[in-house]
Design a protein around this ligand. Structure first.
Ligand code: NAP
Length: 418
């Protein structure tokens, strides 16, 4: 048996496998088998400068794919890394000539096998780097220390310094050097064996998307996503660029349905939905379901937010039609960058509609659903709602208790995305 190297507890051989029980990889919130389906359509939903690139894709579902999803449910996509990036990494590491040969992966330490459940028994180096490991997440100090063993002169010194417990530069370093390729280019003397690299890279994690189409449509799924660009590295997000590329060639993707965590219930009491940007996705699914069920006199109110009226107002025509047809009773849209006087967010509109919100949420015992970016929005929305309650006569403590009660009763539900 010829191993590529004998440095760590992982062995990689081109000759034959050593038989052992490979632990199954369990994906977070798995609620279905892993399916593979084709992306049939892809459309860019935004246009112009100063807005995020947001895409809509359609995934075809064959008859064997059974799902009992409801509005609010999510799927997880198993992404692939960028091919050019991986080829460059393997070339720098010196494995260019055998990247497509079959090879076998074996973990020596029985107790640690679970840690490597993301690695297959048999694959090629190229595919393992494309599908199984994360080449964009920050390196731990222990990994940097290990890499210093395979570096010389200045690189070695710098890596030893960065990996020392007292290092003051570590956090800045990982923020600026957040990809394996970027690291290998910067530390050109560093030539670690491939098993050391694979042992230390994190598993490539599935990426989560809300299903934006109605579960009543059984033969396809709609997703929307924005292509995020990292401020430091200028790299596009792994999964969004993978989806963008795959959609262009009508390629297939792997995914699974996730256990539900945020579901929007059909009800007779008022429903208020707050979802700026792609936070609109679960509400699109809900509204499409109401539309397909011909429910016309719902008491649904949507707060949506985007930057500009003519550039990133997602599904403007569809939402206005829902309003016209009575699927939506009220639509309030905040354009954050239209006014020279300052930003306008959904939270400002909530403040302007204090009396009606009090009527629907408190007097008519309605529900509020909020979906979007976890950073600031949820705190701001809660504050705006407390403002509505206080503005209509509640004391602040009473308003806080009221909101806590609604959260317990599942009549104030948040879907926080990071
Ligand atoms: P976004 O960056 O959240 O921006 C949407 C609008 O919200 C912009 O006009 C933005 O204004 C405004 N905004 C910024 N801060 C705000 C605040 N504190 N309160 C209210 N509005 C605020 O849009 P996005 O990138 O599409 O992100 C939406 C979030 O939803 C992401 O976290 C995403 O992961 C998540 N999500 C995604 C899906 C999916 O399936 N793809 C589903 C559900 C949720 P400015 O930019 O002008 O400041």
């Amino acid at each position: 048996m010829v191993f590529l190297s004998n440095e760590g507890i992982l062995r990689i051989s081109f000759n034959e496998s050593i038989k052992y029980d490979k632990p199954n990889r369990i994906y977070p919130f798995e609620n279905s088998p892993i399916y593979e389906s084709i992306i049939t359509d892809c459309a860019k939903l935004t246009k112009g400068d100063d807005v995020k690139d947001i895409y809509e894709i359609m995934i075809s579902l064959s008859e064997e794919i059974k799902h009992d999803s409801e509005p609010g449910d999510t799927i997880a996509i198993l992404p692939k890394n960028n091919e050019k990036e991986i080829d460059e990494i393997l070339e720098i590491l010196g494995y260019k000539d055998y990247v497509n040969d079959d090879c076998y992966f074996y973990v020596l330490n029985e107790k640690k096998r679970k840690l490597f459940a993301h690695l297959p028994l048999k694959s090629t180096l190229r595919n393992v780097f494309l599908e199984n490991v994360d080449v964009r997440s920050p390196f731990k100090k222990t990994f940097l220390k290990k890499l210093s063993d395979y570096s010389t002169s200045n690189d070695k010194k710098l890596l030893e310094d960065l990996s020392s417990p007292k290092s003051e530069n570590y956090l800045n370093f990982v923020e600026e050097n957040n990809s394996l390729l970027c690291f290998l280019k910067k530390f050109s003397s560093c030539k670690p064996p491939i098993d050391v690299i694979l042992e230390n890279l994190h598993p490539l994690q599935p990426r989560i998307y809300s299903i934006a189409s109605s579960p009543l449509i059984k033969n396809q799924l709609k997703l929307i996503f924005s292509v995020i660009i990292n401020e430091n590295s200028h790299l596009k997000g792994v999964c969004s660029s993978y989806l963008e590329k795959t959609a262009l060639i009508n390629g297939s993707i792997k995914f699974y349905f996730r256990k539900p965590s945020f579901r929007i219930q059909l009800q007779t009491n008022p429903v208020i939905m707050i979802g700026p940007g792609t936070g609109l996705a679960p509400f699109l699914s809900f509204l499409e379901t109401l539309n397909l069920k011909n429910i016309e006199n719902s008491d649904c109110w949507l707060f949506y937010g985007c930057r500009y009226n003519n550039r990133d107002f997602l599904y403007e025509a569809k939402l206005k039609k829902y309003l016209n047809d009575g699927v939506l009773k009220k639509l309030s849209v905040a354009f954050s960058r239209e006014s020279k006087k300052g930003k306008i967010y959904v939270t400002h509109l909530i403040g302007n509609e204090s009396d009606l919100i009090f009527n629907k949420f408190v007097e008519q015992n309605g529900s509020i659903y909020v979906c979007g970016d976890a950073k600031n929005m949820f705190k701001d929305v809660q504050e705006a709602l407390l403002g509505c309650l206080v503005g209509n006569g509640m004391g602040l403590e009473e308003a806080e208790r009221f909101l806590e009660g609604k959260i317990k009763e599942m009549k104030y539900i948040e879907d926080k995305w990071v």
